[in-house]
Design a protein around this ligand. Structure first.
Ligand SMILES: NC(=O)c1ccc[n+]([C@@H]2O[C@H](COP(=O)([O-])OP(=O)(O)OC[C@H]3O[C@@H](n4cnc5c(N)ncnc54)[C@H](OP(=O)(O)O)[C@@H]3O)[C@@H](O)[C@H]2O)c1
Length: 254
């Protein structure tokens, strides 16, 4: 029997990189992906190899159907299988939600293309492989921005809400051979929010988050990885769910 294979989009850094390493630790071979950050992708692949995994890097934009299809063909040629697909790649535009003039239709479409059409196209391209060795699993990385009405921008919140709906719909469409679930993380420590807000505001938001969350913690990339691993490899009776990963932020403190 060949080793199981996990494909993680957007895995050159952040939550995707941690997820690729988590699956490698558990004995999977992994496929690392990004559009530009090849240095990061090489570092992720090297970490996976330290755990004995074969790690392939595929540079591809999930917003391009052609690239998704050649991505799947490459994985089939290299490994002959794909057991778990983690649709983690995401994008946003940071725009104060009180100023509606900061976003236009092109912003909405560009974000939707990566955050919603991307997971759809990747799932479709990998479906024959995911079905070949059931149970296959898809894990979509959403955001609590989809429920909270706050986040990096209105276009981002809307895209993640659509991703939650896509998760439920695909779970019906692809069962019983393939499970489809999503993770809705809150504040993840890392470059996404640092770049988006700048260091000072990032620190202030992190402290505010911790002072409100029931567990008094923000989320680490490794926390997303642990949940992605459980949804992808375990959770054999769970499909169509969006699991919140926010350290009890929505709950708040007594
Ligand atoms: N950070 C947070 O607080 C937070 C909270 C909730 C949810 N999320 C979600 O968690 C996921 C990961 O976020 P993160 O914070 O780990 O982000 P990150 O550190 O910025 O990493 C994003 C990854 O996605 C890749 N990527 C971006 N666009 C892509 C595309 N079109 N095709 C393929 N790869 C692409 C990036 O590489 P390239 O730049 O080379 O393409 C990078 O590897 C995203 O879906 C995000 O929406 C983040």
């Amino acid at each position: 029997m060949s080793r199981k294979v996990c494909v993680v989009t957007g895995s050159s850094r952040g939550a995707g990189a941690a997820t690729a390493v988590r699956f490698a630790q558990a004995g999977y071979d992994v496929v690392v992906n990004c559009t530009r950050d090849m240095e990061g992708a090489q570092a992720t692949a090297a970490s996976c190899r330290e755990h004995g995994a074969t790690a392939l890097i595929v540079q591809a934009n999930v917003a391009s159907d052609e690239e998704c299809r050649s991505f799947a063909a490459r994985v089939e040629a290299e490994f002959g299988r794909a057991d778990v697909l983690v649709n983690n790649a995401g994008t946003t535009k940071f725009a104060n939600q009180k100023n509606l003039d900061l976003l236009d239709a092109a912003d909405f479409h560009a974000i939707y293309d990566v955050n919603v059409v991307g997971p759809y196209q990747m799932t479709r391209a990998f479906l024959p492989l995911l079905r070949a060795n059931p149970p296959g699993a898809v894990v979509n990385v959403s955001s609590i921005a989809s429920f909270m009405g706050t986040g990096s921008s209105l276009a981002y919140m809307a895209s993640k809400g659509a991703l939650n709906a896509l998760t439920a719909g695909l779970a019906r469409s692809l069962g019983p051979q393939v499970r489809v679930n999503a993770i809705a993380p809150g504040f993840i420590e890392g470059e996404w929010l640092k770049q988006g807000h700048g260091e000072e505001r990032y620190n202030a938001l992190r402290d505010a988050w911790r002072s409100r969350a029931a567990l008094a913690e923000t989320i680490r990339p490794e926390d997303v990885a642990a949940m992605a691993f459980w949804l992808g490899d375990g959770a054999t009776r769970t499909t169509g769910e969006v699991l919140v990963l926010d350290g009890g932020f929505r709950l708040g403190r007594a």
